[in-house]
Write a protein that binds this ligand. Structure first.
Ligand code: NDP
Length: 248
């Protein structure tokens, strides 16, 4: 467990499967955690559930594909909790279909939410982190950004693009105490994956050497480590966490 006492963390898309586990884990490590959402009803319910478990997560409505909304989001977090020390770019979507059938809308939606969001959100926090001389940025990519996946030309391109961003930004900010890393999860037992018919899910599991899906807490534990002081020498890296499904 990292010691994140006194740190302020923003986890985008924290009301989803993986993001929620990251929020709780960083809070367990002592950080003050904020997240954003689009779906208010779902987010309020999630916040109340977390509160019931003893977690005080601050939530804000903001679409990561809007630069303006991300600017407002960062200002509100700074006013309510303090300057952001840790950013986890986790919000993401899929719009799967073969490239032949893919519409420009499906392409654009994925690029705007998965890739433009890196500009929109990171832009708000990087200068203050550099001025402070400490910061952590963790970008949640995907195994399919590393190996490609049929029906995911848009998603895989966006997720591969994330790591190009990670490597470039990491070089720009390394001397200022700010690290930037990518985490690339394999198949995780979130609602989305559990909704896949059992027969297909079993085929996916058969292709995973450890013989099971991952769980969100395992991703959260890796993110927690990358946010710690101990991880100060890890930067510009892409951490695969996929049960051995894709070894690089
Ligand atoms: P979920 O669909 O459960 O959660 C996604 C979250 O992102 C939701 O909280 C959603 O909020 C938020 N979100 C989506 N679009 C926007 C937007 N425009 N602005 C703000 N928030 C937004 O996904 P997972 O937890 O499964 O995935 C989290 C990340 O992990 C994603 O980047 C995904 O690509 C990646 N990943 C997931 C894997 C898996 O097996 N599940 C495997 C590999 C990578 P709201 O509901 O309010 O829209």
């Amino acid at each position: 467990m990292a010691n994140l006492n006194g740190k302020v963390a923003l986890v985008t898309g924290g009301t989803g499967g993986i993001g929620a586990a990251i929020c709780l884990r960083l809070a367990d490590s002592g950080a003050k955690v904020a997240t954003n959402y689009r779906n208010e009803e779902k987010a309020r319910k999630w916040q109340a559930d977390a509160k019931g478990k003893g977690y005080d997560i601050t939530i804000y409505q903001a679409d990561v594909s809007s630069l303006e909304e991300c600017t407002d989001l960062a200002k509100k977090i700074e006013a309510d909790l303090g300057p952001i020390d840790i950013l986890v770019n986790n919000a993401g979507i899929t719009k799967d279909t073969t490239f032949r059938k893919m519409t420009k809308e499906q392409w654009d939606a994925v690029m705007k939410i998965n890739l433009d969001s890196l500009y929109n959100v990171t832009k708000q926090v990087i200068e203050p982190m550099m001025e402070k001389g400490w910061g952590r940025v963790v970008n949640i990519s995907s195994i399919n950004g590393q190996k490609g996946q049929m029906g995911q030309a848009n998603y895989a391109a966006s997720k591969a693009g994330m790591h190009g961003f990670t490597m470039s930004l990491a070089q720009e900010v390394a001397r200022k105490g700010v690290t930037v890393n990518t985490v690339s999860p394999g198949y995780i037992a979130t609602e989305m994956v559990m909704a896949v018919p059992e027969e297909i899910r079993n085929k996916i599991i058969a292709g995973i050497p450890v013989g099971r899906l991952g769980n969100s807490e395992e991703i959260a534990a890796l993110v927690d480590y990358l946010c710690s002081d101990e991880a100060g020498f890890a930067t510009g890296a892409n951490f695969s966490i996929n049960g051995g499904q894709h070894m690089m």
